[in-house]
Design a protein around this ligand. Structure first.
Ligand code: ADP
Ligand code: MG
Length: 684
């Protein structure tokens, strides 16, 4: 206890001015130049108290007539201003003694805030204010409001930015040569930055707020240019590396073709051809394979793997969850049975001894095909003859894991990343510019699209009956538990309760339960009996979201669908509709629903195409979250909007090529300004 107390008395680490600035992404003084305002306030006029009207922000200047702390209905600081015969109340619910002191009777105060009608006349709640000497001149510029963090006041930040703008001409130096700037009619850098931090009073506030002003365009262009430059440089560096040429002799791939119970779609054939060509080259492949859920990416991965194995190399195949990795392992084991391919299975949860054995066969080079979770890389397994690394559902790996994958282990091997979350073209262009992209844009034949039903909780019993009937006819059902992001424990309890409920109601049917907290062995047992059809209804948390493939399951019920994200719902729905039977996805929702939830469910209801859903998702949520990187510390676009600024992205792409070719020094200076020498920019 005593230790705790002492710790509390010490200065809190992480709260110096520098720490606060770092939290805003400002590591160097020159970064302040690029810390641009969110919006502006007009402090250039004063409004007499008698002329104030509610419902709008105003600036006033008047004398304090009274200040005291009141306790009803809750503790608050109330200050009464007077000028002539009119009055205005300033009200503060959060305040320090210093506020009270500053607002002493007789002081002249300049306040800015929204005016509203209070019980005792007009008032401002939490205005910004200064004590001023009478006759203090008004600013002749709009006042910027910056993104800030707790404990860093707007005024302090304004001063820091202002100082940085004056400090060093190098901070404002132009990085774009005229032949880049002029044809694109871009404003100068210094001009734009000054304008955005200190706009003249005649500036169009609406153009500034909408970020369509030419000064904004220049800054967005610069940001996008930095992104394109870093991606292109990354790509060039890759082109200089040497990977083994994996030409293959066709023996294994041919054998697999002959065994497949289906014919590849044209889209599958096309992407396989693209991958085959890459593998045969000495430049390491970095290809993203996109294809909607169920489009058949696994077989493409298997064919790529066999080409590498034919060439005498090892292949690592990683999946984000144990269930999925194991399913791949089992499926591949069937496909490759009897072929001279030695497989190895590695996951974090294997018993130590089994794991050691698996590692040994991988590290000796005896295993050709290592399949597993990211344990494959996290446990520092060496793959001495690694030729190809395949990452399934790569978007499900955390950003940190993805970077780690890039940085270690893989070395100069070829890389194939697969994703069922389609990335809209504009996003792909700006975020994945250093990758080649292959798209499977065609579903295997014979699939009937999944019918989606929105059903209120009030009619849940009808859904239960439907499940009963389907199981009686030999069908199978997924029943997904509500997502409870705040508490894994609560989520688990809900899953157990749901399982108990359905077991009781559907007494003649075998109901299974699958959740993230189960031991991998137990999970596998449940999953296997579902695959074999011994379980009729599988109650599951979102652990089944990715990749699981049971064609006989044709009904998917999602409880509290309103709590899920769009991509998740689409992924879950993709678990059904894999066989010949007409499949249905029931989205159970609880009323009342928020507008945002309604909008989400409407999108899933109306669209079956993953690309369209991703586009809508981007529209509803914005790109940062889309990439799941908001809290990753990976730099994200701050100013440009990949949906709205497509033209600027195109322009920046062109300029990046020009600049690297004609003036690489300027490209370096530009990157230094925007990335501060950081190596990592927005990457996969
Ligand atoms: P995903 O792209 O979501 O990873 P999978 O690779 O799991 O999809 O494939 C989904 C299902 O479709 C699997 O059962 C797979 O065997 C089957 N499949 C793949 N390609 C074809 C095809 N060309 N024709 C018929 N079925 C296919
Ligand atoms: Mg898959």
């Amino acid at each position: 206890m005593a230790g705790k107390k002492r710790a509390a008395a010490e200065p809190k680490p992480g709260n110096t001015l520098a720490d606060k600035l770092v939290r805003l992404g400002i590591a160097r003084e020159q970064d302040l130049v690029l810390h641009l305002p969110l919006r502006y306030e007009d402090h250039t006029h004063l409004c007499p108290l008698a002329a104030l009207k509610p419902g709008q922000p105003w600036q006033v200047e008047a004398t304090v007539a009274n200040t005291d702390i009141q306790y009803r209905p809750r503790r608050q600081l109330v200050c009464l201003l007077e000028d002539g015969d009119a009055q205005l109340v300033l009200r503060f619910f959060h305040f320090y003694p210093s506020h009270q002191k500053a607002l002493a009777v007789g002081k002249r105060v300049r306040a800015f805030g929204d005016v509203r009608e209070g019980h005792f006349g007009l008032e401002m709640v939490h205005p910004s204010f200064h004590v001023v000497a009478p006759g203090t001149p008004l600013p002749d510029r709009l006042t910027p409001v910056y993104p800030t963090t707790a404990g860093l006041a707007q005024d302090a930040l304004r001063k820091l930015v202002h100082r940085a703008l004056l400090r060093d001409p190098a901070y404002l130096a132009e990085t774009l040569p005229p032949w880049t700037r002029e044809p694109r009619r871009l404003w100068g850098f210094a001009q734009s930055v000054h304008y955005l931090h200190e706009p003249p009073t005649d500036a169009s506030q609406s153009a500034l707020d909408a970020r369509t002003h030419p000064a904004w365009s220049r800054l967005k262009f610069d940001e996008l240019l930095a992104q394109q430059l870093s991606l292109k440089m990354h790509r060039r560096a890759r082109a200089r590396r040497r990977a083994p040429r994996l030409v293959g002799d066709g023996t294994l791939t041919k054998a697999l073709y002959e065994r497949l119970p289906f014919k590849l779609t044209r889209a599958q054939q096309r992407v396989i051809a693209e991958i085959r060509r890459d593998l045969a080259r000495a430049e390491p492949m970095q290809r993203l394979l996109q294809g909607d859920v169920g489009s058949g990416k696994t077989v493409v991965a298997a064919l790529a793997a066999l080409q590498a194995i034919e060439s005498g190399r090892q292949v690592a195949f990683m999946a984000p969850t144990e269930i999925l990795a194991e399913q791949h392992y089992r499926k591949l084991a069937v496909w490759l049975e009897g072929l001279p391919v030695k497989m190895a299975w590695l996951s974090g949860s294997l018993p130590a001894k089994t794991k050691r054995q698996a590692k040994a066969v991988i590290e000796s080079g005896e295993a050709h095909f290592a399949i597993g979770t990211h344990a494959l890389f996290q446990d520092e397994v060496a793959l001495p003859k690694l030729g190809l690394a395949i990452v399934d559902e790569q978007h499900r790996f955390g950003v940190a894991q993805r970077l780690a994958l890039r940085q270690r282990g893989i070395g100069d091997a070829h890389q194939l990343m697969m994703s069922a979350t389609p990335i809209p073209r504009t996003l792909a262009m700006s975020f994945y510019a250093d990758l080649d992209v292959s798209v499977i844009d065609e579903m295997p034949p014979g699939r009937t699209p999944v019918a989606t039903r929105l059903v209120s909780q009030r009619r849940r019993s009808e859904v239960v009956e439907r499940a009963r009937k389907l199981c009686a006819e030999g069908g199978q059902v997924y029943w997904v538990c509500p997502l409870i992001e705040e508490s894994e424990k609560l989520e688990l309890q809900t899953a157990v309760a749901l399982h108990a409920e359905l077991t009781a109601t559907l007494e003649e049917i075998s109901v299974g339960l699958l959740h993230g907290r189960m031991k991998p062995d137990d999970k596998a047992v449940v999953m296997n009996s579902f695959v074999r059809g011994e379980i009729g209804v599988l109650v599951a948390t979102t652990v089944i979201e990715v990749g699981v493939d049971v064609p006989n399951a044709s009904l998917m019920v999602i409880e509290h669908a309103e709590r899920f994200g769009l991509a998740q719902l689409h992924q879950l729905r993709g678990r059904v509709g894999r066989g010949a039977a007409q499949s249905t996805c029931v989205l159970l929702f609880e009323e009342p629903m928020s507008e945002a939830a309604k909008a989400r469910l409407k999108v899933v209801y109306e669209h079956n195409d993953g690309f369209e859903i991703a586009r809508q998702d981007l529209r509803i949520r914005g790109p940062g979250e889309f990439l799941g990187a908001r809290q990753s510390g990976v730099p994200l676009l701050r100013f440009a909007d990949p949906e709205r600024d497509v033209a600027l992205i195109e322009a920046a792409r062109g300029a990046a090529d020009e600049l690297l070719r004609r003036e690489p020094g300027a490209a370096g200076a530009h990157l230094e300004r925007w990335l501060g020498g950081k190596q990592e920019f927005i990457k996969v």
